[in-house]
Design a binder for this molecule. Sequence first.
Ligand SMILES: Cc1cc2nc3c(=O)[nH]c(=O)nc-3n(C[C@H](O)[C@H](O)[C@H](O)COP(=O)(O)OP(=O)(O)OC[C@H]3O[C@@H](n4cnc5c(N)ncnc54)[C@H](O)[C@@H]3O)c2cc1C
Length: 326
Amino acid sequence: MNLSLARFTFFGLIIICVVSGITNELKARDTEVTDNGETNAPIPTLIRLTILHQGTQLLDRADADVAAEIVRMFTSEGIDVLSPAKVVSVRGRSGTEVTIDIETGFGESQISGSDVFVATGRIPNTAGIGLESVGIEVDERGCIKVNERLETTASNVWAIGECAGSPQFTHASLDDFRVIRDNLAGGNRSTRNRVIPSCLFIDPPVAHIGLTEHEAKRQGIKIQVAKSPMMAVLRTRTIDEANGFMKALIDPTDGKILGFTMIGPEAGEVMAVVQMAMLAGFQSTVLKDAILTHPTMAEGLNVLFSNVKPASSDVGNTNAKLAPRE
Ligand SMILES: Cc1cc2nc3c(=O)[nH]c(=O)nc-3n(C[C@H](O)[C@H](O)[C@H](O)COP(=O)(O)OP(=O)(O)OC[C@H]3O[C@@H](n4cnc5c(N)ncnc54)[C@H](O)[C@@H]3O)c2cc1C
C-alpha cells in the first residue's frame, strides 16, 4: 500500500490510566466529510500513547508478572508506560494541545500531546440525597451499608451494585439483583464467598478468577503455581498472536484450582472453562486430561495443567466419572 505521509495524522495521546474506546474516538475525528456531505474512510492514524500511572505497578491488584507482561506488550506496540508517575499539573485543552508536568523516579519532566483521557475511578453518588433522613447509612467511601443479603440499615430497603460497594463489574451487579430478587421471594441468598471473575478488554484481554499468587503469599496459603506461555498453545500460531501466558494456582493438598489468570486471545472464554471446573470442585487433572478441541485456545489448559504435581491427598481422577459409557 502506498500512502503518503501527508495522509497520516499524528496524535500525542496521554492517558492517566487506561480507558477503552480511544482509537474509535480518534478515528471518528479523522473521518473526512467531503463538500457534498459524503463520509470518506477514516484517515490512517498514528497515535503516540503515554500511560501515566501513579501507583508502582499497572493493575496494582494483579500479580507482578501479569502487570509486567502487560507493560511489555504495550511497550512493544510503542505505548509508553510511566509508573509511578505523579501528575503535578495539566495545562492546555484536551482535544487541541495539552502539556502535563510529571514527577517520576527520574525527576521532573513534561509530556505534550493532543488529548488526555482521565480514568481515576468512580465514587457512589450517595451524598446529599437524604439517605440519612430515612435511616440508610453509608460507609466511609460513601457506599450504602448492606448486609450479605443486601439489606440496608433501613428496614425493607435494599441496595444493589456499585453504590452498595459491590465489585465494579456488570456481572456483579447482575448477581446482586439475583440475590435481592430471591430474598424478596422469601429465600436466603447471600453475597458471601462469591468468586467474581474479571476480564480486562485490552488486546489481547486479561482474565482473572479467584486467588492471586501475591494474595496467597500474603495470607500464607500454600499453593502450587502452574504457568505456560501462550506460545505453547498451538491456536496462537494459527492466529499469529502469541503474547501472554496462562497461570493457575492449585491447592497442593487436594489438587483443586484456587485461581486462574490468562493474558491472551479469548482469555475471558477460557477462564469460564476454568471457572466451571472450580465451581464443580474438580481437581486440576480434569483439565489436564480433558479431550479439548484442536486447535482452540481452551486446549492450552491441557498444557497448563500438565505441569501440576499430583496432590498429596489424591482423590482420584474425577475425569473418569465423566467418561461416557461405551
Ligand atoms: C468505561 C467503562 C467501561 C466498563 N466496562 C465494563 C466491562 O467491560 N465489563 C464489566 O463487567 N463492567 C464494566 N464496567 C463497569 C460496569 O459498567 C458497572 O460495574 C455496572 O454498570 C454497575 O452497575 P450498577 O447497576 O451498580 O450501576 P450503574 O450501571 O452505574 O447504574 C446506576 C444507575 O443509577 C442512576 N443514578 C445515580 N444516582 C442516582 C440518583 N440519585 N437517583 C436515581 N438514579 C440515580 C444512574 O443514572 C444509573 O442509571 C465499565 C464501566 C465503565 C465506566
